[in-house]
Ligand binder design. Sequence first.
Ligand code: 13P
Length: 337
Amino acid sequence: MSEDLQNIAKKIVNNGKGILAADESTNTIKKRFESINVESNEKTRSSYRDMLFSTPEISKYISGVILFEETFFQKNEDGESLKDKLQNIDCCPGIKIDQGLEEISKDSIETFTNGIETLNDRIKPFVENGAKFTKWRAVINIGENMPSADCIKKNSYLLSEYALISQNNGLVPIVEPEVIMEGSHSLDECYEVTKETLNRVFNDLKKKEINLKGMLLKPNMVVPGSKSGIDLNTKEIAEKTLKCLKETVPNEVTGIVFLSGGLSSLNATMILNEINKLNDAPWNLSFSYGRALQEDALKAWAGKNENKNKVQEIFLHRAKMNSLACNGKWETSLENE
Ligand code: 13P
């Protein structure tokens, strides 16, 4: 089983491929749809995601898709399963298995991730129905008195418990400790907090003897806070991100798939490209983007299925640009292809 886990992890990050995070919860996708004045209901969610998954040639660049529970068992208007559609193009279906965030205490915005007690039972239907991997997202905020030691400790512990249950059920865990970009912190503060978090996470993963070759890490890039007023310097971000990862992530880990965390589509591509241009890391460095892959496609859709060809063209282009960035081969001129 451990060999299978490693092979799946490798397959996801090899050959310049990455992940589409299409696992927005019902609340989050509602907000995304509101931004284009589209009502979110089962039908619109299915149409939109079905359109993305049906994009011709998408599996050249996308090796896996993270799904929300509804989508995993959903069928499109023609009665085709969305998950089977991915399997048919050799794209691994995965499942967001955490149950969202809960505040640690009433007087703080710090959270822990829900769902560990029931995880071993909840994971079974996904194992039985062909899921290849799972995702669990923990959130760490930077601000006054944040993160607290308790927040990092609790979330790291839960991530390691989750990774163990996922591997015991034969599914590759995508361990996502997200240091949130929102805030007025500096690049160095993000670096320090990310480093502390990743150290703690890998400490806990090792304590539980997690098979590091059979997991993927989904971290944030080391960036200044979105309200800091500091301009993004992609080269500096790439260097700091790589430095932070090298100091914390064991070489055995098969791959690192970044989240986009609110970066624009273009910035997410440019930074990934810079990171891979430095090209001296022991792991494959790829993407697991939600917003940065979908933002442009979502706008082009505008809730109208007659825009399908345009949406797919835009989505394919973004996926291709990020795939090139996985090899440090992206260039500005390619954006206007
Ligand atoms: P973003 O790339 O939009 O941050 O989403 C990735 C994700 O899966 C968050 O859990």
